[in-house]
Design a protein around this ligand. Structure first.
Ligand code: FES
Length: 290
């Protein structure tokens, strides 16, 4: 490989040397597929330039995707074995540009970051997934892991809501693979239904209150808009869930991802270094927000 740079008088042999000195330098990766999930959410399949997965992601871990001249952002990913998947909601310039990428296009990728979901803690327990909108994206990595290792976990219950039926992501996967999984209950709700809608109508916390999932030997994983998380936590506590058994992921707060920018702190902890997956009990210790 040709020399690419000189840094502090040291000759660098290639991009790996550059990355050793500066971990913010991404690797080049390519898009192999772009799936439209909803009117504002797409899932990108990503591999390295050699066609292989550049690194593996445990459920709940995140990675930084970047586009030259546009910017970079942290996204939770799914490691599908032969590619990584990132589900991205269009909310700004970077995510808008990522929605325009096509198979074959080059993107920047760095990671993996974060602690991921505590798999050993979850093993042998029932799992209650509570998600709103694109909040299902980070939980999906764990749902898929549980399906793959089904006998390691107890009953699974997904309570998932969005504004309208058209805003529900991963509908094909839910209606295809997930409904067929043994002891996997799925409760869907929307704020506003349409003529074809046959599930619940109303907010996720209200549905939780109605369904009354039992807290016994159950870990609850919550992710979605802040108001949904906050109101769901109120209901979960009413139902008897202990703060040690409720987990959430806060990767949206991560910027640099490596403890350098100081923009992700909650109280004394850094989301990028201590999270992004947290127990509610720990968040209560760090901040009065919870
Ligand atoms: S994301 Fe930069 S310090 Fe945590």
């Amino acid at each position: 490989m040709p020399e690419v740079a000189a840094f502090s008088g040291q000759r660098l042999a290639g991009v790996d040397d550059v990355r050793r000195i500066n971990p913010l330098v991404p690797v080049q990766a390519q898009i192999t597929r772009a799936i439209t999930e909803t009117h504002d959410t797409k899932t990108l399949y990503v591999v390295g330039l050699d066609g292989k997965v550049p690194f593996s992601l445990n459920p709940g871990q995140v990675a930084m995707l970047s586009l030259l001249g546009v910017g970079e952002g942290m996204f939770s990913g799914v490691d599908a074995g032969d590619h990584l998947e990132f589900s991205i909601k269009k909310v700004g310039a970077l995510t808008g540009a990522l929605h325009e990428v096509e198979p074959g296009q080059i993107v920047g990728l760095r990671g993996p970051y974060g602690n991921g979901f505590p798999l050993e803690f979850c093993r042998g327990k029932n799992l209650l997934f509570v998600a709103g909108g694109i909040g299902l994206a980070p939980l999906r990595s764990l749902v898929r892991f549980c399906i793959k290792h089904r006998s390691d976990f107890g009953g699974i219950h997904l309570v998932y809501g969005a504004r309208t039926p058209g805003d529900l992501a991963f509908k094909g996967e839910i209606a295809g693979e997930w409904v067929a999984v043994e002891d996997f209950a799925i409760s869907l709700t929307v704020d506003q239904g349409d003529r074809d809608w046959q599930h619940h109508v109303g907010f996720v916390p209200n549905l939780l209150r109605e369904l009354k999932p039992a807290p016994d030997n159950t870990v609850c994983l919550v992710c979605g808009p802040p108001a949904m998380i906050k109101n769901s936590i109120v209901v979960l506590e009413e139902l008897g869930f202990a703060a040690e058994e409720v987990l959430t992921t806060l990767e949206m707060r991560m910027k640099c991802g490596i403890g350098q920018c100081g923009r992700c702190n909650i109280g004394s902890c850094y989301v990028c270094l201590d999270g992004p997956v947290f127990r509610l009990a720990d968040l209560k210790r760090y901040s009065s927000e919870y």
